[in-house]
Design a protein around this ligand. Structure first.
Ligand SMILES: *[C@@H]1O[C@H](CO)[C@@H](O)[C@H](O)[C@H]1NC(C)=O
Ligand SMILES: *[C@@H]1O[C@H](CO)[C@@H](O)[C@H](O)[C@H]1NC(C)=O
Ligand SMILES: *[C@@H]1O[C@H](CO)[C@@H](O)[C@H](O)[C@H]1NC(C)=O
Ligand SMILES: *[C@@H]1O[C@H](CO)[C@@H](O)[C@H](O)[C@H]1NC(C)=O
Ligand SMILES: *[C@@H]1O[C@H](CO)[C@@H](O)[C@H](O)[C@H]1NC(C)=O
Ligand SMILES: *[C@@H]1O[C@H](CO)[C@@H](O)[C@H](O)[C@H]1NC(C)=O
Length: 459
């Protein structure tokens, strides 16, 4: 079969060039392990140029208006007859998709191997003739980002059509598709999609607490009550969620939840205890970046491995969970290093742009630096004083782990209002050992070197 195509292809290209078709209409390129064929939207006007896409796994149409003329329909059927043998993923980027094509696509999908559809910056126009499904919808993953829908298209997505489309999905991304969002509407129909969903991303919409309440209400009012959901990732970044407690019932129905992203919602935590996130038990990744949080101790569940608390108003962070591998605390108001002695698995730590004047508690800084692979700690109002000399020594020693060293580490001398210095120049301050700041004595230096030597030998 392959040999046959190899012969056919030059022939077709030759025929194509005779009739003046742009040869660049479709190109193939390798992405990870799959071969993607990229075609401009007008390719559909001459489907034969799509022969280069045969035996590839992904087909992308980009830039233009996708529509079908009847005269090409038979050629199209011939080409798709071949394409559907291997094609697993279909993408549309910056295209307008006419309703006839959309409807034809939905009708033909059950006969293909296509399991994933991607729409990016696309516009879906009105379906004059909605598809009439006879077989289950085969697609399990749909991703839509910056997609707009013709209002009439939404009106035609009524039961049983939307149930057909949604209930087979295991992965759904609807980012910035506000007007097409079916979730949380009062009629409960789209709740059916939650039954088999493992990853749901509804970021960058205008979801309100109201929608979340409606989803919870719908779940509990389904005629066939669902057991625990299989949901493992829920991303709700950049919405208009405020009352965190409204989300708790949904989280409590999702015992398999591993990842939760609530970043960039202005959340009110006051009525929530640790039971809300803690109820899931499995949560490993929690993103509470830029949620207005003032204190984290009460909401962060034990067992979390990746915790993003950046961009909040934390003044301290006591008792970080012991399982932590990545901790993001940039852009807060911390004036003290968090106590990380028990977080023995920590690999990534960010502390940049806080209110740290020193990296005091050098013993713990050294222990932490030894096990970390990435640290950011610049952008703090460090003092040019002897209290920082030991930290500077450690930062220099581990400079390949400290991403923003030395350029982001400035200090000022609190005794006079001198212009900021580089912390890296601190040895110029001539700390003497008897001063309150504990200069780097020979003893300390030796013991640090001994630890390094042992670490090197053991490692
Ligand atoms: C949402 O998409 C529109 C275009 O459809 C774009 O102008 C806007 O910037 C996007 N919003 C976000 C938050 O990305
Ligand atoms: C959920 O998945 C199971 C097994 O894959 C399937 O039998 C069931 O019909 C699906 N539920 C819905 C609502 O599609
Ligand atoms: C939630 O449901 C109520 C009716 O129960 C409805 O009035 C409201 O519009 C729904 N909220 C959203 C965001 O759809
Ligand atoms: C948390 O969310 C923000 C966007 O809201 C993102 O920039 C950041 O990378 C996320 N953190 C992690 C650890 O994934
Ligand atoms: C936060 O929620 C509590 C309890 O529901 C409420 O009393 C308080 O006014 C809320 N605060 C804000 C800023 O909305
Ligand atoms: C004031 O700052 C300068 C650097 O600009 C420094 O050399 C000097 O020691 C400081 N003076 C005092 C009294 O600390």
């Amino acid at each position: 079969m392959k040999a046959w195509h190899t012969l056919l292809l030059p022939l077709l290209l030759w025929v194509g060039s005779e009739v003046g078709v742009a040869m660049t209409a479709c190109t193939t390129a390798k992405f990870d392990d799959t071969i993607r064929c990229k075609c401009t939207a007008d390719t559909l006007q001459d489907p034969l140029t799509m022969w280069v896409c045969i035996n590839t796994h992904e087909l992308e149409f980009h830039d233009g208006f996708l529509y079908l003329q009847d005269e090409y329909l038979s050629k199209m059927v011939e080409v798709t007859g071949q394409l559907k043998l291997t094609m697993e993923r279909l993408s549309f980027t910056r295209v307008h998709i006419c309703g006839v094509l959309l409807s034809a696509l939905l009708n033909i999908l059950p006969e293909t191997k296509i399991r994933r559809l991607d729409f990016t910056e696309a516009k879906l126009l009105q379906m004059t003739q909605p598809p009439s499904p006879t077989q289950p919808f085969p697609v399990t993953t749909i991703s839509m980002e910056h997609v707009t829908f013709h209002p009439c298209l939404l009106q035609s997505l009524v039961p049983p059509l939307n149930i057909w489309l949604l209930s087979s999905l295991s992965h759904l991304t609807l980012r910035n598709v506000t007007r097409g969002l079916l979730v949380g509407s009062s009629d409960c129909v789209s709740t059916v999609m939650l039954v088999n969903m493992t990853e749901l991303d509804l970021s960058q919409n205008s979801l309100t607490d109201d929608s979340v309440v409606n989803v919870s209400r719908c779940l509990s009012s389904l005629t066939q009550p669902v057991g625990p959901l299989v949901l493992s990732a829920l991303r709700l970044s950049q919405n208009q969620l405020h009352m965190l407690q409204e989300l708790c019932p949904l989280l409590q129905t999702s015992p398999n939840l591993v990842e939760l992203d609530l970043s960039q919602n202005d959340l009110n935590y006051s009525a929530v205890g640790s039971s809300c996130f803690g109820s899931t038990g499995q949560l490993k990744r929690l993103n509470l970046s830029r949620t207005g949080i003032l204190a984290a101790e009460e909401v962060v569940p034990v067992g979390v491995e990746v915790l993003d608390l950046s961009g909040n108003r934390l003044q301290e962070f006591r008792n970080p969970p012991e399982e932590l591998k990545e901790l993001y605390l940039s852009d807060n108001q911390l004036s003290m290093l968090p106590d990380l002695v028990r977080a023995t698995r920590l690999e990534v730590l960010t502390l940049d742009r806080n209110q740290l004047t020193s990296l005091s508690g050098e013993a713990s800084l050294m222990m932490v630096l030894e096990r970390l692979s990435v640290l950011r700690a610049g952008g703090n109002p460090y003092t040019c004083g002897c209290e920082n000399t030991k930290a500077v020594f450690l930062l220099r020693m581990y400079h390949n782990k400290v991403q923003d060293w030395p350029e982001a580490f400035l200090c000022t001398d609190p005794r006079n209002n001198s212009a900021p210095h580089w912390l890296d120049d601190l040895e110029d301050f001539n700390c003497d050992e008897t001063s309150s700041g504990m200069g780097m004595s020979a003893d300390v230096l030796l013991s640090v070197l001994a630890v390094v030597a042992v670490t090197v030998m053991l490692g």
